[in-house]
Write a protein that binds this ligand. Structure first.
Ligand code: ATP
Ligand code: MG
Length: 433
């Protein structure tokens, strides 16, 4: 029989990778909370309409990347089927949820963050998967440039705490407001139409459906043409320009380095004014954007709510983990702190009791329940990377005293065989490095 395999572009992850993943997720969660964002979890399946309306029909995501299917309706109701899809991104779903639960009333001021899987039918490569994972946040209810700055500062802090801020660059642009966008889009269409024969097939389609996205094309010919295209910044209203200047000033006040990229656009229809990307320099090849976002003042209204300004970002966990590996970040502390080695039946019984007590205090303990000899157990303890070991046999049972061995240095010291004493020894050694 053929070996069953995971679906193309979807990964099985094991502890050897997941210690870094947990580190990324933990740093992200702590940082979001530090910035005042509260967590939100929404379903992985949404009605397709959420993304058709929210992300836009002309976008690559909706046009060709969604896993869409019929939900089969209710039993006995053949006509009542609904088109659903695996969420390709989370902003539209978050807005849908906030609206459904009445959280975006007039004067609402809400900040939420999420961590979870997204799905896109893309050509799988390193850092580009069909199931991938995003961290992200959304801030609703203010059009103040200070919130654009806070969102970028939040991404910067996450990267900084991961040790990645010096190997990433922040690129910043403004797309202006919808009214100016229309004028700009017309100019763009006029420019690219004059050079239509030189555009890639994809961009010829974008010319009709989503001309802005041509600027975002990865095709070399398209990119060369785009260099001389009209730029959004030449079409800004005074208000949009003032907003952009304030965002730049805010970043400068926080000493967060950034470069203006006049051709930076985002693939989604919903962005207004600020757009940004954090681009990594290590380990990512062509998939170099680790986080991206911007302001989307029109989205809430598009999805049926009151006009509510908003700004947010999403970052890719896979790409952050690839960067961490490329800069040689150490795996994050999952080795056992203590191996308890039973030399005989009585020793094993005490090891199990001690392990129970220590684990209840969160100490990482290994005990061998297979009744193997001391030598075999010590070998396994060594292999597991355990930092300390204690052998417990009849002598130790009798005296209530054991010898704790530092596995790295070989140093030994006496310790009472109690949960408190063992915990103190293991944790003191840990705190001292
Ligand atoms: P790209 O230009 O690389 O396709 P995107 O514009 O489609 O990115 P967004 O929709 O803005 O990406 O998603 C935000 C972040 O999520 C990206 O910067 C990236 O880190 C991550 N990401 C997006 N798609 C994938 C994917 N298929 N696999 C892994 N990570 C992804
Ligand atoms: Mg994409």
């Amino acid at each position: 029989m053929d070996q069953l395999r995971a679906v193309k572009g979807m990964d099985d992850l094991f502890e050897s990778d997941l210690s870094l993943w947990r580190h990324v997720e933990l740093v992200a969660r702590e940082t979001f909370l530090a910035y005042g964002f509260g967590e939100i979890r929404t379903p992985i399946l949404e009605e397709t309409a959420v993304f058709v309306r929210g992300v836009g029909e002309g976008t690559d995501i909706v046009h060709k990347e969604m896993f869409t299917f019929d939900d089969g309706g209710r039993p006995g109701d053949k006509d009542g089927t609904t088109s659903v899809c695996l969420r390709p991104e989370n902003t539209a779903g978050v807005v849908r949820a906030m609206l459904e639960h009445g959280k975006l009333f007039a004067d609402a001021y809400e900040q939420v963050f999420y961590v979870g899987p997204m799905f896109r039918r893309e050509q799988p490569q390193a850092g580009r998967r069909r199931q991938f994972h995003q961290i992200g946040c959304e801030a609703f209810g203010t059009s103040e440039p200070g919130m654009d700055v806070a969102v970028m500062a939040c991404v910067h802090t996450i990267l900084d705490r991961l040790g990645l801020s010096s190997s990433t660059k922040l690129l910043l642009n403004t797309l202006g407001d919808p009214a100016e966008r229309r004028g700009y889009t017309d100019a763009l269409v006029a420019y690219f139409s004059a050079h239509e024969a030189r555009l890639s097939d994809d961009s010829r389609r974008r010319l009709k459906e989503n001309p802005l996205r041509i600027l975002d094309s990865k095709d070399a010919g398209d990119r060369a043409l785009a260099m001389a295209a009209p730029r959004p910044v030449d079409f800004l209203s005074d208000a949009a320009r003032a907003h952009f200047d304030a965002v730049c000033a805010g970043l400068t006040r926080l000493s967060i380095p950034f470069s203006r990229d006049p051709f930076l656009v985002r693939g989604l229809d919903y962005y207004t004014r600020t757009v940004f990307e954090f681009v990594g320099e290590a380990g990512l090849g062509a998939q170099s954007t680790v986080a991206a976002g911007g302001r989307y003042d029109g989205l809430v209204e598009t999805l049926g709510g009151r006009p509510t300004p908003a700004v947010g970002f999403a970052g890719g966990v896979e790409r952050l983990v690839l960067m961490l590996k490329a800069v040689g970040a150490p795996a994050h502390g999952v080795a056992p702190e203590l191996a308890l080695v039973g030399a005989d039946d009585g020793g094993r019984a005490l090891c199990e009791q001690l392990a129970f007590g220590l684990r209840r205090q969160g100490v990482r303990v290994v005990v061998d329940v297979r009744g193997r000899g001391v030598k075999a157990q010590m070998k396994s303890a060594d292999k597991s990377g355990a930092r300390h070991s204690v052998v417990v046999g009849s002598a130790e049972l009798g005296s209530g005293q054991g010898r704790v061995k530092n596995m790295a240095t070989g140093d030994v010291s006496d310790v009472a065989l109690s949960v408190e004493a063992l915990r103190a020894v293991v944790r003191a050694a840990h705190a001292g490095g």
